[in-house]
Write a protein that binds this ligand. Structure first.
Ligand code: AP5
Length: 215
C-alpha cells in the first residue's frame, strides 16, 4: 500500500475530513493547520506567532512551518509512512520536503489532489464547525452532529474557526491559487500526482481513495 502521502487541495476541499477517515488505515496524520491551532490553544510562542498570520488568512512563514514538519517527520511513528495535510504549500516548502524525505529515507509515494469548485468551497467553509477538543469537522447543513453544538466523537463543544470568514477566506484562496496550486505541476512532473473529485460525497471519495492506495 502507498503509505507516504501528500494530501493537496484548496481550503474546504475536504482534506481534513478525508485524512481523519484515512487514519483507520494506520496512517499518521500530520496537519500543519492542526499543529498551529494546537499551539495557539496552548499559548506557546509558536502559537502566538502563527495566530497573527492565520487569522488574516496569510501563510505562516516558510522557515517556521518547515521547522515543525521536519521535527514531526523525524519522530518514530512516521517510520512506516505519513499523511501530510496542508504541507507543502509553497515551492520553498516542497523543495525542503524533498530534502527531509531524503534524510529520513522515506520518499513520497503519492500526491492526492482534491478538486472542488469555488462556489462549493465557500459553502463548505462558511458552514463548517469544528470540535474544540478533537478537531473533528462538521457542517451546519450537510454534516450535523447528533446534538446541536456537541461533537459526536468526544462530546466537546463545536466552534467556528476565526479564519472561516469571508475576508480571510478570500486571502486563503488567493494564496492557494498563486502559491500552492503551482505545486501540482511540480508533482505532476515527478509522476506523483493523482487527481480526485473532492465534490463527491465523503464516503464515496474515501472508498475510491482507499482502493487507489491499495492498488
Ligand atoms: P489548514 O487548517 O490546513 O486549512 P486549509 O488548507 O485552508 O484547509 P481547511 O482546513 O480549511 O479545509 P479542508 O480541505 O481540510 O476541509 P474540511 O475537511 O475541513 O490551514 C489553516 C491555516 O494555517 C492556513 O491558512 C495558514 O495560515 C496556516 N498554515 C497551515 N499549513 C501551512 C503551511 N504549510 N504553510 C504556511 N501556513 C500554513 O472540510 C470543510 C467543510 O466541508 C467541513 O464542514 C466538512 O464537513 C465539509 N466537507 C468535507 N468534505 C466534504 C464532502 N466530500 N462533501 C460535502 N461536504 C464536505
Amino acid at each position: 500500500m502507498k503509505r507516504s502521502i501528500i494530501l493537496m487541495g484548496p481550503p474546504g476541499a475536504g482534506k481534513g475530513t478525508l485524512a481523519k477517515k484515512l487514519i483507520s488505515l494506520g496512517l499518521v496524520h500530520i496537519s500543519t493547520g492542526d499543529m498551529f491551532r494546537e499551539a495557539i490553544k496552548a499559548g506557546t510562542a509558536l502559537g502566538q506567532l502563527a495566530e497573527q498570520f492565520i487569522k488574516r488568512g496569510d501563510l505562516v512563514p516558510d522557515e517556521v512551518t518547515i521547522g515543525i514538519v521536519k521535527e514531526r517527520l523525524s519522530q518514530e511513528d512516521c517510520a512506516n509512512g505519513f499523511l501530510l495535510d496542508g504541507f507543502p504549500r509553497t515551492l520553498v516548502q516542497a523543495e525542503a520536503l524533498d530534502e527531509i524525505t531524503k534524510e529520513i529515507v522515506r520518499p513520497i509515494d503519492v500526491v492526492l489532489n482534491l478538486d472542488c469548485d469555488e462556489k462549493e468551497l465557500v459553502r463548505r467553509i462558511s458552514g463548517r464547525r469544528v470540535c474544540k477538543v478533537c478537531g473533528a469537522p462538521y457542517h451546519i447543513d450537510t454534516l450535523k452532529p447528533k446534538v446541536d453544538g456537541v461533537c459526536d466523537l468526544c462530546g466537546g463543544p463545536l466552534y467556528q474557526r476565526n479564519d472561516d470568514n469571508e475576508e480571510a477566506l478570500k486571502v486563503r484562496l488567493e494564496h492557494y491559487t498563486h502559491q500552492t496550486k503551482p505545486l501540482l505541476e511540480f508533482y505532476q512532473v515527478k509522476g506523483l500526482l493523482h487527481n480526485f473529485n473532492g465534490s463527491l460525497r465523503s464516503e464515496v471519495l474515501f472508498d475510491e481513495i482507499v482502493e487507489f492506495l491499495k492498488s
